[in-house]
Design a protein around this ligand. Structure first.
Ligand code: ADP
Ligand code: MG
Length: 373
């Protein structure tokens, strides 16, 4: 009866998700800066492909194409960029672990995607806010069936050292087990506004740790983790899911001759941790038997949320100016390496006939379910 339909529905949903893959890479190009005089390195963008103009070689311009699960051009709104992320939020509430990363060189739009511009409006809110408001909205819809407790942590990783960003006199250290950083504060929240307050506190604490004129935020990873504990009202069984929203350190390489002392050390740590992350996601995407989690703090902390049943989404950002072309190429190559999309498979993001058929079946089952309710 009812239960069987539900089960069937879920199985089909999982099959569809499997076909889409647990690792997705989206590319986002930010608008050109005014000083660039309208000259962009982007030649062409369509749904899943981007072609860039590579520097002059033998007097000729080159072209290079990359394929991802999706490519968002400079005019894509925050809402559009988030729209495909919604199923992930639902799966956190179903008890899955999810990681969402923002990757790219400094100034390419990572923080814009995750948080938004300084003068935030409903329109310009980034992924973090949208994810949380969706999460609270869905948990409210389900409240008669499942009751949810939500709590957050916020940490920073700088030079392979982890720092708790949610420290104030008011926040008491509550002990919870199985968290990414066992001794970082975990704060219960009831609404999106609670999380916004905590994020602001985290940003403030982050700034305190940086020396003047030293933009630490571009050289450290920050991670907002949302823990969700759901309890089935009827049976009392519990489920646990979590979502990590990670604004990564800038991926640019520093000039070898320029970097000395602290700056060199930072650069080496960033390099190491970003390539470790790339190695982990790449081996998951290619279904390798060995996944090298232990090569960096970041991948160690996120181990439970990378691979297995967990879902990963990476937003890869690029700056379209010509003086960024070197970094742009290495960014896109990194992205291609971590992507499970077949190289050159321009149709990869198009739905296969199987997915279409499954979706139709789901629609039919959903209608059947709605009739029963
Ligand atoms: P990052 O965090 O990668 O260093 P930022 O998110 O701070 O980069 O973006 C650099 C600048 O570009 C900021 O002023 C930001 O507001 C702007 N920007 C980035 N992406 C977009 C976008 N998609 N639309 C409009 N402005 C953007
Ligand atoms: Mg930033």
């Amino acid at each position: 009866g009812y239960k069987k339909v539900l089960e069937e529905n879920r199985k089909l949903y999982n099959q569809v998700q499997d076909l889409k893959g647990n690792i997705r890479v989206y590319c986002r190009v930010r608008p050109l800066r005014r000083q660039a005089n309208g000259l962009s390195t982007v030649d062409h963008i369509d749904e899943g492909n981007i072609t860039i103009i590579t520097p002059l070689k033998y007097g000729k311009e080159g072209r290079k194409s990359f394929t991802f699960n999706k490519v968002f051009g400079p005019s894509a709104s925050q809402g559009e960029v988030f729209s495909d992320t919604q199923p992930l939020i639902r799966s956190v509430l179903d008890g899955y672990n999810v990681c969402i990363f923002a990757y790219g060189q400094t100034g390419s739009g990572k923080t814009h995607t995750m948080i938004g511009p300084n003068d935030l409006t409903e329109e310009t809110m980034g992924v973090n806010y949208r994810a949380l408001s969706d999460l609270f909205m869905i948990s409210e819809q389900r409240k008669d069936i499942i009751s949810y407790d939500v709590s957050v942590q916020m940490i920073e990783i700088y030079n392979e050292q982890v720092r708790d960003l949610l420290v104030t006199d008011e926040i008491r250290n509550c002990s919870h087990k199985g968290l990414i950083v066992p001794d970082a504060n975990i704060v219960p929240v009831k609404a999106t506004s609670d999380v916004i307050n905590l994020m602001n506190l985290g940003q403030k604490n982050r700034a305190v740790g940086s020396t003047a004129m030293n933009d630490r935020s571009s050289r450290s990873h920050s991670c907002l983790t949302v823990h969700v504990q759901g309890k089935d009202v009827a049976s009392g069984t519990t489920l646990h899911g979590c979502m990590h929203l990670v604004d990564l350190a800038g991926s640019e390489r520093v000039n070898k001759s320029e970097a000395v002392g602290e700056r060199l050390k930072e650069a080496q740590h960033i390099n190491k941790s970003l390539s470790a992350l790339g190695d982990v996601i790449s081996s998951l995407a290619h279904k390798n038997s060995h996944v090298p989690y232990r090569n960096s703090k970041l991948t160690q902390l996120l181990q439970d949320s990378l691979g297995g049943q967990a879902k990963t989404l990476m937003f890869v950002h690029m700056s379209p100016e010509h003086d960024a072309i070197g970094e742009t190429i290495s960014t896109l190559k990194f992205a291609e390496r971590v992507s499970s999309v077949e190289l050159g498979a321009a149709q990869a993001n198009k739905e296969s006939a199987d997915v279409k058929e499954l979706k139709e079946q789901i629609a039919i089952l959903k209608a059947a379910l709605a009739r029963k309710e």
